[in-house]
Design a protein around this ligand. Structure first.
Ligand code: ZN
Length: 413
């Protein structure tokens, strides 16, 4: 499907150090790209479009946008893929509640998501791929897993993946069985269903059910499960091994564990991802932000209220991506003040030299995206410029391009 329009990304002099990110599988920092590598690949799990983009989605997409931008700044050929789960239970449930068609709902919310991403200056993925358009590929993959003995058909007709068929199962999350069972229960799995070989086995293919859409495929009629959807889209567009698999930390298990296992069973190559990178959750005023609490803050609503999307982005960058961060009116107000100072400094004709700031921003981001440190470097440059004036006529444009190109904050408005 169509993605969205890319903002301009200025090129900057020189390059920073290799980007290192925290990898969930090895529980440590990893260089994201092989030494001397010229290509960088990333798959980030996208939305299920039954509702508008909330700040949790925005924070995750902005985090991986920094990875994308940093790699581009390194001169790498970046291939970024993101999916849209445009057929799944949450869509059917919401469509039924609202008396609408699930496809109309999906198209509407995906369109709104594109607008939000564009407003937040998130670079579009090279491939933005829907689950529905991937059904032939998923059907083939499920048939292949059945042939290999890595999958089996349940009495109901549903097809399950056998976690015991894959020796590498568990190596992404490293969770013990009890934790896996708990998360499977909480996050859409069905560990208590009778007739499965292992309680942890996830669904690969849903047999046709009344009132649900169904497609013919190499695995028979039905529709894809979620984990195999992401595994197939990544394999089809990026190949058997990728550099970064990204998403919120609620995807560590079962989603990323399962999609990695599916991909490894299909391709025979492991690990599926060089680094599994996970973002923290966004809370509101000290509470967890969630659908069930009804306290989600939507990007489109903030935009409609006249909030500058650059301030939203800056507020989300103020804390480290792996932390659970709190959203509040005060955090937004602080970001607006900071943005005002940066824009004022960038708008000067003369400023203090910005080369050291560029170096510091790159160094801080290369260290597991230390955004707080990167923002401090810009603050220091802006404060010095506003206090002392400076004498360098090229500094304002270098600062503007650093802030705009690497951090994705537009200082020209
Ligand atoms: Zn996914």
């Amino acid at each position: 499907m169509d993605s969205w329009t890319a903002p301009h990304v200025p090129s900057l002099p020189g390059h920073g150090p290799t980007l290192r990110l925290h990898d969930t599988a090895s529980a440590g920092l990893r260089e994201t790209v092989e030494p001397g590598g010229e290509r960088a690949t990333m798959y980030v799990c996208g939305i299920t479009p039954y509702d508008a983009t909330h700040l949790g989605h925005a924070a995750t997409m902005i985090t991986f946008d920094l990875v994308h931008r940093y790699w581009l700044d390194q001169g790498l050929d970046v291939h970024y893929v993101q999916n849209v789960t445009d057929v799944d239970e949450p869509l059917f449930e919401r469509a039924e509640r609202d008396g609408t068609d699930w496809q109309v709902l999906g198209l509407r919310e995906t369109a709104l998501y594109r607008e939000d991403m564009e407003a937040l200056q998130v670079l579009p993925p090279r491939d933005f791929v829907g689950a529905v358009e991937s059904i032939p590929s998923v059907g083939k993959a499920v048939a292949e897993l059945l042939d290999k003995g890595a999958a089996y058909r349940h009495d109901s007709g549903d097809v399950y993946y056998s976690v015991q068929s894959h020796p590498g199962f568990g190596s992404e999350s490293n969770y013990d069985r009890e934790t896996m069972l708990r998360y499977a229960r909480e996050r859409g799995g069905d560990p208590d269903r009778e007739g499965k070989r292992d309680a942890l086995d996830p669904i690969l293919w849903n047999a046709p059910k009344d009132g649900e859409p169904s497609w013919d495929s190499a695995a028979g009629p039905g529709r894809p499960g979620w984990h195999i959807e992401c595994a197939c889209i990544a394999l089809d567009h990026l190949g058997p091994q990728i550099h970064v698999q990204g998403g919120g930390n609620d995807l560590i298990y079962p989603h990323h564990e399962m999609s990695a296992a599916h991909a490894e069973s299909l391709s025979g190559a492991s690990p599926f991802a060089r680094a599994y990178v996970h973002t923290g959750m966004i809370g509101l005023d000290g509470e967890k932000m969630s659908k069930s609490l009804g306290n989600l803050v939507f990007v489109s609503k903030l935009r409609a209220e006249g909030t500058d999307p650059a301030a939203v982005r800056l507020a989300l960058l103020a804390q480290h991506y792996r932390e659970d961060r709190q959203w509040s009116a005060a955090a937004l107000a602080e970001a607006e003040l900071r943005l005002g100072r940066w824009r004022e400094a960038v708008g000067r004709e003369l400023a203090v030299p910005a080369g050291a700031m560029l170096t510091a921003v790159r160094e801080r981001l290369a260290d597991d995206l230390d955004t707080a440190g990167a923002l401090r470097a810009v603050d220091e440059w802006a404060a010095e410029t506003l206090a002392a004036g400076g004498e360098d006529p090229s500094a304002p444009s270098l600062a503007r391009d650093t802030i705009g190109g690497i951090l994705g904050i537009d200082c020209t408005r």
